[in-house]
Design a protein around this ligand. Structure first.
Ligand SMILES: *Cc1c(COP(=O)(O)O)cnc(C)c1O
Length: 393
């Protein structure tokens, strides 16, 4: 038996510039460390109201049904898909990235039939393709990913997409995990029926409580189901007893995650959503200018560029794993490799929330230039740094 005592927890200090988590804001960390009260304490009930109200503000919605789901973004994703999908439902899912594939898996588990709207990885869905699939399959639900973290692509023309879905009587579910609090998102104006997100991306919270909002129309589909939702834990009709008027026990809320989320949302609202979107664009724009001046290119077409996640194409012959390791061991900077169809071809550099600041992108551009030169790649590291500095001026 191993009798060595386990030492104090001392993880390295990282600069988190990958696809999430992002660096947690110090104010959020302080809120996280406040001793928990009970999940039905009158003071906590007030905090629940505040969090719900703040969530409506950042989602830009009046939806009554707006809550933090216990768990990471995937829990909020499964709550949306699992509650809205009834057995036998036809559900359009996007084929243009990793998270659309996850949606399809969840639809199947809920007893629905996913139909893929095809588009290459690295491109958005075309409205025409959504229309064609709607006409061919008459779906009950249409899903899309607003900010595809696997490809660095932002879905444009969302209001048109939801319009097509609504013309066919379908409910629209949006994955807004990497857009909420980072890039423009208008749940009500764009006609999104259900949107879910996560804390640890553009809100810079520790993972664990994940925003979800549902329109009355979406709630109506959930409450008129014939079969109960397959998951007891994520069943919205059950969760409604806790987050609705009644405030009765369903499961113990992750109190400290809710404290942290409240502070993160307050920070976002204090900054102002428009200012926050502008900051992400400006700071990530400096990163983009730096890597392009260095001689690299972004995977996404400029029209669909997603500031919160920059997919940078690597020069031929460069080993992505070696670059990532160099950034981590020499500079303590975390970035990530490509997934699926883009595996080995790109680096994914996040620029989210508290991590979206000038000093971080300067450090990333400098460290990346060094890592690529060490790999023997022909890049102009100095030009990269100069372009980033210039853009931040
Ligand atoms: C991160 C992410 C998720 C999953 O969230 P987890 O917190 O990892 O469970 C879902 N969709 C997108 C687009 C994401 O970036």
């Amino acid at each position: 038996m191993d009798t060595q005592p386990i030492g104090e927890l001392l993880p390295p200090e990282r600069m988190l510039m990958g696809p999430g988590p992002s660096d947690t804001h110090p104010r959020v960390l302080r809120a996280f460390s406040i001793p928990p009260v009970g999940h039905l304490d009158p003071s906590f009930v007030e905090i629940m109201d505040e969090v719900q109200s703040l969530l409506r503000t950042v989602f830009r919605t009046d939806n009554r049904w707006t809550i933090p789901v216990s768990g990471t973004g995937s829990a909020a994703m499964e709550t949306a898909i699992g509650n809205l999908t009834e057995p036998g439902d036809t559900v359009l899912v996007p084929g243009n990235g990793y998270f659309g594939e996850r949606m399809a898996k969840m639809v199947k588990r809920a007893g629905g039939e996913p139909v893929v709207v095809d588009a290459p990885w690295g491109e958005p869905l075309s409205i025409e393709a959504v229309k064609t699939e709607c006409e061919a399959h008459d779906p009950d639900i249409v899903c899309f990913v607003h900010a595809e973290t696997s490809t660095g692509v932002k879905q444009p023309r969302v209001a048109e997409l939801t319009g097509v879905a609504h013309d066919h009587g379908a409910i629209v579910i949006a994955d807004t995990v990497t857009s909420l609090g980072g890039v423009e998102l208008e749940v009500d104006d764009w006609g999104i029926d259900a949107a879910y997100s996560a804390g640890q991306k553009c809100l810079s919270c520790p993972p664990g409580a994940s925003p979800l909002t549902l329109s009355d129309r979406a709630v109506e589909k959930v409450t008129s189901r014939d079969d109960p939702v397959r998951s007891w834990y994520l069943d919205l009709t059950e969760l409604g007893s806790y987050w609705g008027e009644e405030r009765a026990y369903h499961h113990t809320a992750p109190i400290n995650n809710i404290y942290a989320l409240r502070e993160a949302l307050r920070i976002a609202v204090d900054e102002g959503l428009e200012s926050r979107w502008d900051r992400h664009e400006r700071v990530a724009g400096a990163l983009r200018d730096g890597v392009t001046a260095m001689g690299l290119s972004l995977n996404a077409d400029p029209e669909f560029w997603l500031p919160s996640l920059n997919a940078v194409r690597l020069p031929d012959g460069v080993d992505d794993g070696a670059v990532i390791e160099h950034l981590l061991t020499e500079y303590s900077i975390e970035v990530a490799s490509g997934l699926g169809a883009l595996s080995g071809d790109i680096l994914r550099i996040g620029c989210m929330g508290h991590s979206a600041k000038p000093e971080n992108v300067l450090a990333v551009v400098a460290a990346l230039g060094d890592a690529l030169e060490r790999q023997g790649a022909v890049v102009d590291a100095a030009a990269g740094l100069e372009a980033t500095t210039e853009a931040l001026r």
